[in-house]
Design a protein around this ligand. Structure first.
Ligand code: SF4
Ligand SMILES: [Zn+2]
Ligand SMILES: [Zn+2]
Length: 209
């Protein structure tokens, strides 16, 4: 197998050999950015980036990746270089799904080596399921009612009852408002006496509790 050492020895015109190599180890972020851009024109960028990933002790820019870029993949999470030479997670996870937006891409059409949309749906379902479990610990709720609906499953007794009670409360509130509106209309002043103040009967009408 060809090693990076062999590649660097046999490939002419490597940017880090033809430009000031200090750029690759600079403390200046603008100089590191320049080194990254130069790496992306290098014919052995992929091998160089992989070498740096395999050697976490390395500092500086390697294969168009900074030490900070590579730190994200220290746990051995698989990664790839995208078309622009950026170190990326493989498609097929929630984090890769979110990363598409960071790069102004659309999950699905812009997926490369996995299905981010399916991973995202799985993630959302798991989150809904976890929230539903918490609602059930409290005996069920209207939130649980809608979560059952979103999950496309039958309602449990607790959530069904919580929703029924909420609907009943809303129905009574609407009825009270309607009643108050009707009484308010009937109390509209029709005479000079009424203009000066609401009739005693209306003033005494208790506010609904
Ligand atoms: S990818 Fe960058 S660091 Fe690696 S050999 Fe090429 S120019 Fe040098
Ligand atoms: Zn994807
Ligand atoms: Zn429920």
């Amino acid at each position: 197998m060809t090693t990076l050492h062999q590649l660097t020895a046999t490939t002419p015109g490597l940017p880090c050999r033809t430009t000031d190599p200090e750029l690759w180890f600079s403390r200046s972020s603008s100089e590191r950015t320049l080194a990254v851009a130069l790496c992306r024109e290098c014919p052995i960028q992929t091998a160089c980036a992989q070498y740096a990933l395999d050697h976490p002790e390395l500092r500086g820019v390697w294969g168009g990746t900074t030490a900070a870029d590579r730190r994200q993949f220290r746990t051995g999470e698989p990664c790839r270089l995208d078309e622009q030479g950026r170190l990326r997670r493989l498609c097929g996870s929630e984090r890769a799904y979110r990363a598409h937006f960071k790069y102004r891409e659309t999950p699905g059409p812009d997926c490369v080596d996995g299905d981010c949309v399916a991973a995202h749906e799985e993630h959302v379902t798991a989150e809904r399921r976890a929230r539903l479990d918490r609602e059930h610990e409290a005996g069920g709720s209207t939130v649980g009612f809608w979560l059952h609906r979103r999950l496309g499953e039958p309602l449990c007794g607790g959530c069904r009852e919580a929703f029924r009670v909420r609907q009943e409360i809303s129905r009574r509130a609407r009825a009270r408002r309607g009643l108050q509106g009707a009484r308010g209309a009937s109390a509209a002043p029709e005479s000079a006496e009424g203009v000066n103040g609401a009739p005693a009967g209306v003033q005494a009408f208790p506010l609904a509790s």
